[in-house]
Design a protein around this ligand. Structure first.
Ligand SMILES: C[S@@+](CC[C@H](N)C(=O)[O-])C[C@H]1O[C@@H](n2cnc3c(N)ncnc32)[C@H](O)[C@@H]1O
Length: 265
């Protein structure tokens, strides 16, 4: 189902930047990041009262885990994108939280570490926000998340594919009908097939970053997502004014126990 989101090569070739790339500014910590958001409370409920450790898979700039400091004393970020990891490290440093960065794809980095005889350190809680829709092979991804978490895993995803927000624009600019699935229900089905019965909690979407709300940033983002060129910016800005992208209004949290809790905290 994820493969059906592929964009035809000839359209990708017309764009100025890869349509799937993320802008690190959008995922950086800023003053819109609300540490009291229920998404973080769901992770704090699992963490020990002091000295907790967290692994954030697909950490981006750290919006998904750094708000857990000071309850979490040590936070490890994994990301395949170096620029994102640099943001994560800088924000962690300025907060004063103990941190480590691992560059690479999950679960490959966990498997490679295991094979090299230096398995990843276990953590109390694994968080993984807004990554599932990037993962075509979800089963080994989830198995590895669960194995490294002692107490629990908290994942967050939108109900629909995050690029669904641009479906109407794809129809308008390219006359292409974009897919409607998969949805978060398909992710839950994958977990069930693995014998995991997650808690499924729907929450309002946390605040987006200031950067994402900036109209100029929205035009740049739309241009990238839609493989358009900057000479169409005025047309794009007008389209966005009348037909703003249908961004998700709620997120789905999937939370399940860690794989190693039998060893005790
Ligand atoms: C949409 S961003 C979310 C960032 C952050 N978790 C947040 O919620 O703000 C997705 C991030 O996951 C990373 N990513 C996607 N698939 C990955 C994988 N298999 N392994 C490691 N990082 C991945 C991307 O590089 C990107 O930084």
């Amino acid at each position: 189902m994820l493969a059906s989101w592929a964009i035809p090569d000839e359209i990708v070739a017309r764009g100025e930047v890869p349509p799937w790339s993320h802008d690190p500014d959008t995922f950086a910590m800023d003053d819109t990041t609300d540490a009291g958001d229920p998404v973080f409370e769901l992770a704090r409920e699992l963490l020990p009262l002091e000295g907790g450790t967290v692994l954030d898979v697909g950490c981006g700039g750290g919006r998904s885990s750094l708000p857990l400091y000071p309850r979490a004393r040590r936070i490890i970020g994994v990301d395949s994108n170096r620029a994102m990891l640099d943001r994560f490290a800088a924000s962690a440093e300025s907060l004063g939280v103990e941190h480590r960065e691992i560059e690479g794809r999950w679960p490959d980095v966990a498997v490679e570490a295991e094979m090299a005889g230096t398995p990843l350190e276990r953590v109390d809680v694994v968080v993984c926000h807004h990554v599932f829709f990037n993962v075509p092979d979800l089963e080994p991804f989830v198995v590895a998340l669960t194995a490294v978490a002692r107490l629990g895993v908290v994942t967050v995803l939108p109900r629909r594919h995050p690029m669904s927000a641009w479906n109407a624009a794809w129809k308008h600019f390219w006359n292409i009908d974009r897919p409607l699935g998969p949805t978060s229900d398909d992710a839950v089905a994958v977990l069930h097939a693995l014998g995991i019965e997650p808690e499924v909690i729907e929450l309002p979407r946390p605040a987006v970053s200031r950067h994402a709300e900036d109209p100029a940033a929205l035009v740049r983002s739309a241009r990238r997502r839609l493989c358009l060129t900057s000479d169409r910016d005025d047309e794009l800005a007008e389209w966005l004014r009348v037909d703003p992208p249908d961004f998700m209004r709620e997120v789905v949290v999937l939370r399940w126990p860690g794989g190693l809790d039998h060893e005790g905290p």
